[in-house]
Each structure stands twice: as C-alpha cells, then as structure tokens.
Design a protein around this ligand. Structure first.
Ligand code: RIB
Length: 309
C-alpha cells in the first residue's frame, strides 16, 4: 500500500522569542531560522522518513524557497513528481514565533498552495491511487480541493486520513468522506460546536465524533498524549516526558507516523502508540521537518523509553 499526501508546502520563517508580544508591542527575538514546513509536506516527509512509500500532490512557486522545499521532500524520500510548479505565484510561507516554552504562534500565507484546484486533484490523483491506499489531507489547500481529494479517494476505494488543521468552517460536512479523523483538543471542540475539549472530556468527545462517520478518531492532547476510538473501543495513550524545545510540526510528525503505522498494518492502538512517540520525539528538536525522526531514531527512542518504565 502507499500513502498520497494532498496538502501544503511552506517555507517556515521562525523567530525565537522569550514570550509572545501583545498587540502593539515590539520585542526582541533571540534567533531567526528558515525551515521546511507546511502541514501537508510535514506529514508526507514524516511518513517517508519512517519508510513508507509516499507521493505528494500540492503546489509550489518557481522561487528559491520552493526549490529548496522540493529538494527537502525528495531527500526525505517523497515522490514529488506530482507537485505543481507555478510561475506566477510564490510558494507558501509561514511566519512563526516560538517562545521559551516551545509553544508557537503561526500565520500562513498560502501562495501557490492556494492555486491547487479541484480539477488539478481530479486530473492527478486517480492515477496515484489503488484500493486500500491512504490519502492524507489537511486544510492548507482550498476547501473544495480537499473535498475533491476525499471524493476521488472514496471512488478509488482508498482510505482517507484527515487532520482538521487549520480548522475551517464546513469541515463537519466532510465527515462522511473521512475514514480516519485526527484532531487536537481545539479542533475536536470546533467540530462538536463547543469549547476546546479537556483531557478528561476527550474520551467522550472521540466517541461523539466517531458517531458522525469516521471509523477511527484520534485526538492528540499535547503532553497528555492522545485518545483513540475505533470499533474496538476507546484507549488513552500517555506521552513520555521530554524536554520541549519547539512544538512546531509535532502534530504533523504524529499524523505522518500514524499513517505509516496504519499502512504497515498495525492495529489502531499500536499505530497510535507509535504516533504519540513520534510527536514526542519531534518536540525535542527545532523546526518542523528537521525535527522528525527517521525509523532508526524512532525505534531507538521507543526502546529507550520502554526500558525507562
Ligand atoms: O503544523 C506546522 C506547520 O504549520 C508549519 O510547518 C507551518 O508551515 C504551518 O503550515
């Protein structure tokens, strides 16, 4: 089986700050770095680094940043042959602040990501898919483009795994097209039309969300781990304690690893355990894609943490 990511490619422009400025305030940053990012590219790279065959469908510009992002994806092992190169629009960028606790604030400017149309997806995606493959989507491409990807996947008997980030209105209408739903506490609340879900509320929230269509619901809870719900029931998965440097892209490392593990045939619970470990690994290093583990790094981290307990 294979994984096809339909999603964004960004260049992340990252500043480290002691604490986030309030509106109207100017503060000094400690450091400035440029990293490979974009939720789609991050999730594609995360799965490819763990050994999955991954192709990506998306859009970049013909600028220098975009060339570097394509090279990064290729180096991670992603098939980039279906990424569209636009000559009139620059590649997507994300302006990111990371504070001393590792939390972030992100503003994205879609650029070429915003030019990927439903027609582009209907043209390119069918030839990439076989029954049982996984289509991985997020919401940094236009909503109708994501919807078209899910429809094409359904027609091809592929499974869809959707991370509802960033949350956009109308996502609830796509739930019947989603086989595997990945949300964080805020997105779970948004989908249920309520406030963010607390750790204690997460088990009932995933059950409620599964009743809307998806066969598997995976709610990530940051340092509290995750909760999953499928036909076998609900399981809470703790995260190991780690030194948090930068949470940017940790959710994407989690989703990519979850896709790899499911594609490898692991049970939902085992896949979620591996995914939580991948996310915990990623928060210990700066940057989105540079923080993701290889298979060897993840295996070593899991072995080290199981011998701790
Ligand atoms: O999920 C993290 C990602 O969100 C960053 O890499 C940034 O590009 C934004 O898309």
């Amino acid at each position: 089986m294979a994984i096809v990511a339909v999603g964004s490619v960004n260049t992340d422009l990252v500043v480290k700050v002691k604490s986030f400025p309030i509106p109207g305030e100017t503060v000094y940053g400690d450091d400035f770095s440029t990293y490979a990012g974009g939720k789609g590219a991050n999730q594609a790279a995360a799965a490819a680094r763990l050994g999955s065959p991954v192709a990506m469908l998306g859009g970049v510009g013909d600028d220098g940043n975009s060339s570097e992002r394509l090279a990064d994806l290729r180096d991670a092992g992603v098939d980039i042959s279906r990424i569209l190169i636009r000559d009139q629009t620059p590649g997507g960028v994300a302006l990111i602040q990371v504070d001393d606790s590792g939390q972030n604030q992100i503003v994205i400017v879609p650029g070429a990501n915003g030019t990927v149309s439903p027609e582009d997806v209907r043209d390119a995606l069918p030839s990439l898919l076989s029954a049982g493959d996984l289509v991985l989507a997020q919401f940094e491409l236009p909503f109708d483009t994501v919807k078209a990807a899910l429809e094409v996947a359904r027609a091809a008997d592929a499974r869809t795994i959707v991370n509802t980030a960033p949350f956009v209105d109308g996502t609830d209408g796509l739930l019947p097209l989603i086989d595997i739903l990945v949300v964080n506490e805020i997105e779970a609340g948004q989908l249920l039309g309520r406030d963010p879900v607390s750790v204690d509320e997460a088990p009932s929230a995933v059950q409620q969300l599964r009743s809307t269509g998806p066969g598997i619901v995976f709610a990530t809870l940051g340092s509290a781990g995750a909760v999953i719900h499928d036909a076998s029931g609900t399981v809470t998965i703790p995260a190991p304690q780690v030194n948090v440097v930068d949470t940017t892209g940790a959710g994407d490392a989690t989703v990519g690893a979850f896709a790899t593990a499911l594609d490898d045939g692991l049970s939902t619970e085992d896949a979620a355990r591996m995914a939580v470990m991948a996310g915990s690994f990623a928060v210990q290093r700066p940057g989105a894609q540079p923080s993701q583990p290889t298979r060897r790094e993840l295996d070593a981290f899991i072995a080290e943490r199981s011998s701790d307990s």
